[in-house]
Design a protein around this ligand. Structure first.
Ligand code: 4AD
Ligand code: MG
Length: 463
């Protein structure tokens, strides 16, 4: 007989059906001659209540081994439950113990653990209610993303993880090398001789797949990447990871407004999809993690995002009756406190800020008329701040060459990127969504380290 998933049994199971389940014991309550246990197989927040009594073979030895954390297989019959909290339960006919778990040392005891503690046992924390719910929602977000783009005819493209270009020009690169670090080859100037390195020149882990996505958009029109990206920024915040997943759509024949429209439609779609497919998990977050999660989701789906220019944003911030740690004036990069004020306090919904000063943005963004600002846009979300960053790209060869110079990028390295402007250039635009930030936003989890299975942050690469 095929193993059934607990989620399926809780939804569709009928009394008198015989089933087999496999999973991990969450709790056990032993009474005289019988016991209740809850078995969770990861398919849903709720486990299945299993009743074991002394009619099952080897009851006395088995019951000693059915402890929190143990892996078991149960065959039996579904019966209506007498207890509160579930309408159906499983009356076991036989139990197989796969792996015992020592009661004394199993770290996940039946009490509330802090998220800090759970991070120290990332190999076990997915078996808790909260992390289980997070990773189911994360999976649903990923599914929603692919579904959204595939329905719209975007092609999923695979940008390289190893690259020689610093897309964002921010110098937050991890170097990839197989040189002997204890005995580095040097050139006459005393610098590391990368010609002897694996790729014959410096190579890095990618900070963004955008430049390659632009290449592909110039052949397939609408494309998207969805993969890991890396940033060696030494910021120990609740919103930064050294390794995070990014979704980067890129559209040919598209301008900044089209880009903003896509970003808004995209976020709404993800929220709607997750609410529909993970209602239990979302209710759990609303109850235990952040009581505004469902209202926020509703707000996202049903309201238009605010759209303002950077110049307007600065005006609003200057007028705010609030003291900011970083003073506001035209030209500054908006800090998290500014972003959150706009989204959380002023508009109380996502805000798209556009046309930032060129000095604080990347070389590839299209220069606006007047040449002070570029066609950039950031989507700022309540609680999170920047969740999406994007722009219309500079499609004019001469202007792009000038911008590369001004920003101190190496144009020799970008010859292929410039070629796109030589051969069949078109207006095009795209953005990057921080995947963990959207999961954070959905679930209300306060720390980004708790929405990725194995977080990579400064001084931390365990597991
Ligand atoms: O704003 P960013 O740096 O934009 C780009 O990389 C562009 N190349 C995207 C594009 O236009 N195709 O990053 C995009 C998003 C941010 O808005 C943020 O949500 C997320 O990536 N992000 C991070 N998420 C977690 N940890 C970090 N260290 C992040 N840095 C950026
Ligand atoms: Mg950004």
């Amino acid at each position: 007989m095929e193993t059934r998933r607990v989620a399926d049994i809780l939804k569709n199971g009928q009394p008198e059906e015989t089933v087999i389940i496999k999973g991990w014991v969450r709790t056990k309550r032993e009474l005289k001659g019988f016991a209740f246990t809850e078995v969770n197989d990861g398919s849903s927040l709720a486990g299945l209540q299993v009743v074991l009594d002394n009619e099952i073979p080897d009851y006395d030895t088995i019951i000693k081994k059915v402890n929190t954390g143990a892996s078991i297989e149960v065959a039996g019959k579904l019966v209506p439950s007498q207890g509160k909290g579930q309408k159906i339960e499983l009356k076991a006919n036989s139990v197989i113990i796969y792996g015992e778990a020592d009661l004394e040392t199993y770290p996940l005891q039946k009490k509330r653990h802090s998220f800090e503690f759970l991070r120290t046992i990332s190999h076990l924390r997915s078996r808790t209610n909260t992390l289980g719910a997070v990773f189911r929602v994360r999976n649903a977000c990923a599914t929603a993303i692919h579904q959204f783009f595939q329905e719209k005819g975007f092609m999923w493209i695979h940008s390289p993880i190893i690259t020689a270009s610093d897309c964002e020009g921010a110098g937050e690169l991890f170097t990839v090398t197989n040189l002997n670090l204890n005995n580095l080859p040097k050139n006459d100037a005393g610098e590391v001789d990368y010609s002897q390195d694996f790729f014959g020149k410096p190579a890095y882990l990618t900070v963004s797949g955008q430049l390659q996505a632009e290449v592909m958009a110039m052949a397939f029109q609408n494309v998207y990447t969805f993969g890991p990206t890396f940033r060696a920024e030494n910021s120990n915040t609740s919103r930064h990871l050294a390794e995070f997943w990014m979704v980067e759509p890129e559209m040919a024949f598209c301008d900044l407004e089209g880009d903003q429209n896509l970003a808004e439609e995209f976020l709404k779609y993800i929220f709607k999809y997750v609410l529909e497919t993970c209602p239990e998990d979302m209710e759990f977050f609303n109850k235990w993690i952040n009581k505004t999660v469902l209202a926020t989701a509703d707000n996202i789906i049903n309201n238009e995002f605010a759209r303002i220019t950077y110049t307007k944003a600065v005006e609003l911030l200057e007028k705010a009756d609030k003291k900011f740690e970083f003073p506001v004036e035209w030209g500054i990069d908006l800090q998290s406190e500014h972003e959150r004020y706009l989204a959380e306090e002023l508009f109380k919904k996502p805000v798209i800020v556009s046309n930032y000063p060129k000095e604080i943005k990347a070389f590839y963004m299209r220069l606006d008329e007047g040449e002070k600002t570029v066609s950039a846009m950031d989507v700022l979300a309540p609680n999170i701040g920047e969740i999406i960053g994007g722009s219309q790209r500079e499609e004019r060869l001469d202007v792009l060459e000038r911008r590369i110079q001004e920003t101190g990028m190496e144009s020799d390295d970008l010859w292929w990127y410039l070629d796109l402007r030589r051969y069949g250039t078109v207006p095009h635009a795209g953005f990057g969504l921080g995947f963990e930030r959207v999961v954070q936003f959905m679930t209300g989890m306060t720390n980004i380290r708790d929405v990725i299975p194995f977080p990579r942050t400064p001084l931390n690469a365990e597991f």
